[in-house]
Design a protein around this ligand. Structure first.
Ligand code: ZN
Length: 262
Protein backbone atom coordinates (compact mmCIF):
# COMPACT_ATOMS: atom_id res chain seq x y z
CA UNK A 1 0.00 0.00 0.00
CA UNK A 2 1.24 3.46 -0.85
CA UNK A 3 -0.15 6.99 -0.78
CA UNK A 4 0.83 9.61 -3.32
CA UNK A 5 -0.31 13.20 -2.87
CA UNK A 6 -1.51 14.70 -6.16
CA UNK A 7 -2.69 18.14 -5.04
CA UNK A 8 -2.75 19.81 -1.68
CA UNK A 9 -3.59 23.15 -0.13
CA UNK A 10 -4.62 24.28 3.32
CA UNK A 11 -8.07 22.68 3.25
CA UNK A 12 -8.10 20.29 0.30
CA UNK A 13 -6.14 17.23 -0.57
CA UNK A 14 -6.23 14.90 -3.55
CA UNK A 15 -4.22 11.72 -3.23
CA UNK A 16 -3.89 8.26 -4.74
CA UNK A 17 -4.07 5.18 -2.56
CA UNK A 18 -2.24 2.40 -4.40
CA UNK A 19 -2.70 -1.30 -4.08
CA UNK A 20 -5.36 -1.53 -1.38
CA UNK A 21 -8.46 -3.70 -1.09
CA UNK A 22 -11.67 -1.76 -1.70
CA UNK A 23 -12.78 -2.52 1.87
CA UNK A 24 -9.72 -0.71 3.19
CA UNK A 25 -10.29 2.31 0.94
CA UNK A 26 -13.82 2.55 2.26
CA UNK A 27 -12.74 2.13 5.90
CA UNK A 28 -10.22 4.92 5.39
CA UNK A 29 -12.93 7.19 3.98
CA UNK A 30 -15.32 6.43 6.80
CA UNK A 31 -12.65 6.83 9.48
CA UNK A 32 -11.75 10.30 8.18
CA UNK A 33 -15.39 11.30 8.07
CA UNK A 34 -16.78 9.83 11.26
CA UNK A 35 -14.07 8.56 13.62
CA UNK A 36 -11.51 11.38 13.85
CA UNK A 37 -12.56 13.52 16.82
CA UNK A 38 -12.83 17.32 16.71
CA UNK A 39 -14.19 20.02 19.02
CA UNK A 40 -17.70 21.44 18.77
CA UNK A 41 -20.07 23.15 21.17
CA UNK A 42 -22.17 20.49 22.86
CA UNK A 43 -24.37 22.53 25.16
CA UNK A 44 -25.09 26.16 25.94
CA UNK A 45 -26.36 27.94 29.02
CA UNK A 46 -28.58 30.86 28.07
CA UNK A 47 -28.64 33.57 30.75
CA UNK A 48 -30.35 36.15 28.58
CA UNK A 49 -31.81 35.97 25.10
CA UNK A 50 -34.03 38.75 23.85
CA UNK A 51 -33.14 38.15 20.18
CA UNK A 52 -35.67 37.02 17.58
CA UNK A 53 -34.30 33.44 17.62
CA UNK A 54 -35.35 30.75 20.11
CA UNK A 55 -32.70 29.32 22.46
CA UNK A 56 -32.83 25.97 20.61
CA UNK A 57 -32.15 27.55 17.21
CA UNK A 58 -29.25 29.51 18.67
CA UNK A 59 -27.89 26.30 20.25
CA UNK A 60 -28.07 24.54 16.90
CA UNK A 61 -26.35 27.38 15.04
CA UNK A 62 -23.61 27.67 17.67
CA UNK A 63 -23.06 23.90 17.64
CA UNK A 64 -22.25 24.00 13.93
CA UNK A 65 -19.43 26.56 14.29
CA UNK A 66 -16.14 24.74 13.53
CA UNK A 67 -13.63 25.06 16.37
CA UNK A 68 -9.83 24.76 16.19
CA UNK A 69 -8.86 21.47 17.78
CA UNK A 70 -5.71 20.21 19.49
CA UNK A 71 -5.90 16.45 19.86
CA UNK A 72 -2.74 16.30 21.98
CA UNK A 73 -4.21 18.43 24.75
CA UNK A 74 -7.78 17.19 25.08
CA UNK A 75 -9.32 13.84 25.96
CA UNK A 76 -12.57 12.37 24.81
CA UNK A 77 -14.95 13.01 27.68
CA UNK A 78 -15.66 9.30 28.31
CA UNK A 79 -11.92 8.56 28.57
CA UNK A 80 -11.06 11.58 30.73
CA UNK A 81 -9.92 11.52 34.38
CA UNK A 82 -13.10 13.44 35.28
CA UNK A 83 -15.16 10.44 34.08
CA UNK A 84 -17.35 12.57 31.86
CA UNK A 85 -18.13 15.33 34.37
CA UNK A 86 -16.26 17.95 32.33
CA UNK A 87 -12.85 19.43 33.21
CA UNK A 88 -10.15 21.58 31.55
CA UNK A 89 -8.70 18.38 30.01
CA UNK A 90 -11.84 17.64 28.04
CA UNK A 91 -13.84 20.82 27.53
CA UNK A 92 -13.53 24.54 26.76
CA UNK A 93 -16.00 27.32 27.59
CA UNK A 94 -16.89 30.24 25.37
CA UNK A 95 -18.64 33.36 26.59
CA UNK A 96 -20.82 35.71 24.59
CA UNK A 97 -22.17 38.94 26.04
CA UNK A 98 -23.47 41.31 23.38
CA UNK A 99 -26.09 43.97 22.89
CA UNK A 100 -27.80 45.20 19.70
CA UNK A 101 -27.93 46.74 17.25
CA UNK A 102 -25.30 44.28 16.05
CA UNK A 103 -24.72 41.29 13.83
CA UNK A 104 -23.33 38.57 16.11
CA UNK A 105 -20.52 36.55 14.48
CA UNK A 106 -18.66 33.43 15.57
CA UNK A 107 -15.67 35.68 16.28
CA UNK A 108 -17.60 37.44 19.08
CA UNK A 109 -17.29 34.38 21.33
CA UNK A 110 -14.55 34.77 23.93
CA UNK A 111 -12.77 31.49 24.59
CA UNK A 112 -11.28 30.43 27.93
CA UNK A 113 -8.43 28.92 25.96
CA UNK A 114 -6.41 31.08 23.56
CA UNK A 115 -5.74 28.30 21.07
CA UNK A 116 -9.21 26.76 21.03
CA UNK A 117 -11.39 29.22 19.13
CA UNK A 118 -13.70 29.32 16.11
CA UNK A 119 -11.89 28.47 12.86
CA UNK A 120 -13.69 31.33 11.09
CA UNK A 121 -14.61 34.61 12.76
CA UNK A 122 -17.18 35.65 10.16
CA UNK A 123 -19.97 33.09 10.57
CA UNK A 124 -23.22 34.97 11.32
CA UNK A 125 -25.08 33.64 14.37
CA UNK A 126 -27.97 36.10 14.84
CA UNK A 127 -28.77 39.73 14.14
CA UNK A 128 -29.60 41.77 17.23
CA UNK A 129 -31.72 44.89 16.95
CA UNK A 130 -31.76 47.90 19.26
CA UNK A 131 -32.13 46.87 22.90
CA UNK A 132 -31.81 43.12 22.25
CA UNK A 133 -29.25 41.24 24.29
CA UNK A 134 -27.53 37.87 24.41
CA UNK A 135 -25.68 36.40 27.34
CA UNK A 136 -24.56 32.84 26.69
CA UNK A 137 -21.97 30.36 27.88
CA UNK A 138 -21.18 27.65 25.34
CA UNK A 139 -19.23 24.52 26.22
CA UNK A 140 -17.26 22.61 23.57
CA UNK A 141 -15.89 19.10 23.80
CA UNK A 142 -14.38 16.46 21.54
CA UNK A 143 -16.72 14.21 19.62
CA UNK A 144 -16.86 12.18 16.42
CA UNK A 145 -18.91 12.47 13.26
CA UNK A 146 -20.50 9.13 14.10
CA UNK A 147 -22.26 10.92 16.93
CA UNK A 148 -23.21 14.16 15.16
CA UNK A 149 -22.19 15.81 11.90
CA UNK A 150 -20.99 18.91 13.79
CA UNK A 151 -18.00 16.79 14.86
CA UNK A 152 -16.95 15.96 11.29
CA UNK A 153 -13.44 17.18 10.38
CA UNK A 154 -14.19 16.96 6.63
CA UNK A 155 -17.05 18.25 4.52
CA UNK A 156 -16.21 16.12 1.48
CA UNK A 157 -14.45 12.78 1.59
CA UNK A 158 -14.84 10.64 -1.50
CA UNK A 159 -12.83 8.24 -3.60
CA UNK A 160 -13.18 6.58 -6.94
CA UNK A 161 -11.43 3.63 -8.47
CA UNK A 162 -8.74 4.57 -10.96
CA UNK A 163 -9.32 2.23 -13.91
CA UNK A 164 -6.86 0.77 -16.32
CA UNK A 165 -7.85 1.55 -19.89
CA UNK A 166 -6.45 -0.73 -22.53
CA UNK A 167 -6.71 -0.03 -26.25
CA UNK A 168 -5.92 -3.14 -28.22
CA UNK A 169 -4.67 -3.87 -31.70
CA UNK A 170 -8.07 -4.10 -33.42
CA UNK A 171 -8.55 -0.32 -32.97
CA UNK A 172 -9.05 1.36 -36.34
CA UNK A 173 -8.77 4.90 -34.89
CA UNK A 174 -12.35 5.79 -35.85
CA UNK A 175 -12.33 8.32 -32.98
CA UNK A 176 -15.88 7.42 -31.94
CA UNK A 177 -14.60 6.82 -28.41
CA UNK A 178 -12.83 10.20 -28.28
CA UNK A 179 -16.10 11.92 -29.15
CA UNK A 180 -18.20 9.73 -26.84
CA UNK A 181 -16.12 10.33 -23.71
CA UNK A 182 -17.95 12.97 -21.63
CA UNK A 183 -14.81 13.69 -19.61
CA UNK A 184 -12.46 14.15 -22.53
CA UNK A 185 -9.88 11.64 -21.36
CA UNK A 186 -9.10 10.02 -24.71
CA UNK A 187 -7.12 11.63 -27.49
CA UNK A 188 -6.18 10.81 -31.06
CA UNK A 189 -2.41 11.27 -31.15
CA UNK A 190 -0.85 10.69 -34.61
CA UNK A 191 -3.61 8.29 -35.65
CA UNK A 192 -3.43 6.33 -32.41
CA UNK A 193 -5.95 6.53 -29.57
CA UNK A 194 -4.23 7.29 -26.26
CA UNK A 195 -5.43 7.90 -22.71
CA UNK A 196 -4.43 11.40 -21.65
CA UNK A 197 -6.01 11.72 -18.20
CA UNK A 198 -6.95 8.45 -16.54
CA UNK A 199 -7.52 10.13 -13.13
CA UNK A 200 -10.55 11.88 -14.56
CA UNK A 201 -12.23 8.66 -15.74
CA UNK A 202 -15.55 7.88 -14.02
CA UNK A 203 -15.86 4.44 -15.66
CA UNK A 204 -19.07 5.44 -17.46
CA UNK A 205 -18.11 2.95 -20.22
CA UNK A 206 -19.37 5.22 -23.03
CA UNK A 207 -16.14 4.55 -24.97
CA UNK A 208 -16.63 0.79 -24.68
CA UNK A 209 -20.25 1.06 -25.87
CA UNK A 210 -19.44 3.01 -29.05
CA UNK A 211 -16.38 0.99 -30.09
CA UNK A 212 -17.46 -1.24 -32.98
CA UNK A 213 -14.20 -3.19 -32.95
CA UNK A 214 -14.44 -4.00 -29.21
CA UNK A 215 -10.92 -2.67 -28.91
CA UNK A 216 -11.33 -0.81 -25.60
CA UNK A 217 -11.28 -2.45 -22.24
CA UNK A 218 -11.82 -0.52 -19.00
CA UNK A 219 -10.74 -2.54 -15.97
CA UNK A 220 -11.00 -1.95 -12.26
CA UNK A 221 -7.75 -1.73 -10.29
CA UNK A 222 -6.81 -1.57 -6.62
CA UNK A 223 -5.87 2.10 -6.90
CA UNK A 224 -8.15 4.90 -5.72
CA UNK A 225 -8.26 8.62 -6.18
CA UNK A 226 -9.33 10.31 -2.94
CA UNK A 227 -10.70 13.83 -2.79
CA UNK A 228 -10.95 15.29 0.68
CA UNK A 229 -12.06 18.76 1.74
CA UNK A 230 -11.37 19.69 5.34
CA UNK A 231 -13.36 22.15 7.44
CA UNK A 232 -10.36 23.57 9.28
CA UNK A 233 -10.57 22.25 12.84
CA UNK A 234 -7.52 20.07 12.13
CA UNK A 235 -4.86 20.24 9.39
CA UNK A 236 -5.97 17.89 6.62
CA UNK A 237 -2.87 15.68 6.93
CA UNK A 238 -3.57 15.21 10.63
CA UNK A 239 -7.08 14.01 9.75
CA UNK A 240 -5.50 11.41 7.44
CA UNK A 241 -2.88 10.17 9.92
CA UNK A 242 -5.34 10.10 12.80
CA UNK A 243 -7.80 8.09 10.69
CA UNK A 244 -5.07 5.55 9.86
CA UNK A 245 -4.08 5.28 13.55
CA UNK A 246 -7.72 4.61 14.45
CA UNK A 247 -8.04 1.88 11.79
CA UNK A 248 -4.80 0.31 13.06
CA UNK A 249 -5.94 0.27 16.68
CA UNK A 250 -9.32 -1.17 15.69
CA UNK A 251 -7.60 -3.94 13.69
CA UNK A 252 -5.35 -4.73 16.67
CA UNK A 253 -8.37 -4.89 18.94
CA UNK A 254 -10.04 -7.26 16.47
CA UNK A 255 -6.91 -9.45 16.42
CA UNK A 256 -6.99 -9.71 20.21
CA UNK A 257 -10.64 -10.77 20.12
CA UNK A 258 -9.87 -13.43 17.53
CA UNK A 259 -6.88 -14.70 19.52
CA UNK A 260 -9.11 -14.90 22.58
CA UNK A 261 -11.58 -17.06 20.67
CA UNK A 262 -8.86 -19.44 19.49
ZN1 ZN B 1 -12.45 15.77 31.80
Amino acid sequence: MKIEIVEEDELNIKFILYDAPVAFANSFRRAMKSLVPVMAVDYIDVYLNSSYLFDEILAHRIGLIPIKTDLNRFNMQNECVCEGEGCPNCQVSFRLNVEGPKMVYSGDFISDDEEIRPVYDNIPVVELFKGQQLMIEAVARLGTGKEHSKFQPVSICTYRIIPEIEIQGECNSCKACVEACPRDILENRDGKIVVKDVLNCSMCMECVKVCEENAIEVMETNNYLFMVEGIGQLPIREVMTKALEIIKSKAEEMNKIIEGLV
